[in-house]
Unconditional design. Structure first.
Length: 249
């Protein structure tokens, strides 16, 4: 396949399975698409491995996961990799911005429509990645551009590049199961696949119990003062059950 270098315009002979290359004439890092080459850019990590683990721990301690997960999970060592995104600079009524779409399949949620983290981007080079794995783009840029239009409508695309964003992959284990997560090594943002989520069922049970108790009391007792007293007496046990549920779940 013959393509033109986006930097110097030289004609390049590219084998069909090649997705990333450096132009032999000008040295520019390029990503190969069906119709031409795009710049391959990269951001340097600014978040350290220890900091990445701390970000994940805060997510595990947060309101969406089961109680005490941050203390009970066995968290593995963070492994840095450079994950590919197609970056589209789009213009719409509100101005210009850059939107990222994943260029490789992943079980991580929230990668579509990610904003480019604030930080300096530069041409992809081994000096930046220092031997960390660089994931090749597998999803064609045309497919990603389709997702872009599904999400943002008929926006005009000003620029297309491949961005390799540094991500720490961190696996953790809880009750014999392994879970996958990643931490953006530029912004510190946590991406999760599935995780041990707080179950809603116990909360619904507590709410049903409260409805049942107060409802019955309201039906059975008609004297207003007696009703108020009864509510006062039955509220503390229900609050206690609710409090225990929050602590345990
Ligand atoms: Zn070139």
């Amino acid at each position: 396949m013959e393509l033109r270098c986006s930097q110097c315009g030289a004609t390049l002979e590219v084998a069909p399975d090649v997705r990333l290359l450096a132009c032999p004439y000008c040295g520019t890092a390029l990503a190969v698409s069906a119709t031409g080459t795009l710049f391959d850019e990269v951001m340097r990590p600014t978040v350290g491995a220890g900091e990445a683990t701390a970000h994940l721990r805060r997510f595990l301690a947060g309101p969406r996961t089961v109680a005490n997960l941050d203390r009970q999970a066995r968290i593995g060592d963070p492994v840095l990799e450079y994950f590919p995104f197609w970056a589209f600079t789009i213009r719409d009524g509100t101005g210009e911005r850059t939107v990222l779409m994943p260029a490789a399949p992943s079980s991580l949620q929230g990668l579509q429509g990610l904003a480019l983290p604030a930080g300096e981007t530069r041409t992809m080079s081994p000096d930046v990645t220092k031997g960390a794995p660089v994931v090749e783009p597998e999803i064609p840029v045309e497919t990603a551009e389709g997702w872009l239009h599904d999400r943002y409508g008929d926006v005009s695309v000003q620029r297309r590049v491949l961005y390799h964003l540094p991500l720490y992959r961190i696996a953790y284990e809880w009750r014999g199961r392994r879970y996958a997560a990643a931490v953006d090594a530029v912004s510190g943002r946590v991406f999760h696949a599935d995780y041990p989520a707080k179950s809603e069922a116990p909360y619904l049970l507590v709410a049903a119990l409260a409805l049942l108790v107060f409802g019955l009391e309201g039906l059975v007792v008609s004297n207003l003062l007696a009703k108020a007293l009864l509510y006062l007496v039955s509220a503390p046990p229900i609050l206690l059950v609710a409090w225990l549920t929050v602590r345990r779940v």
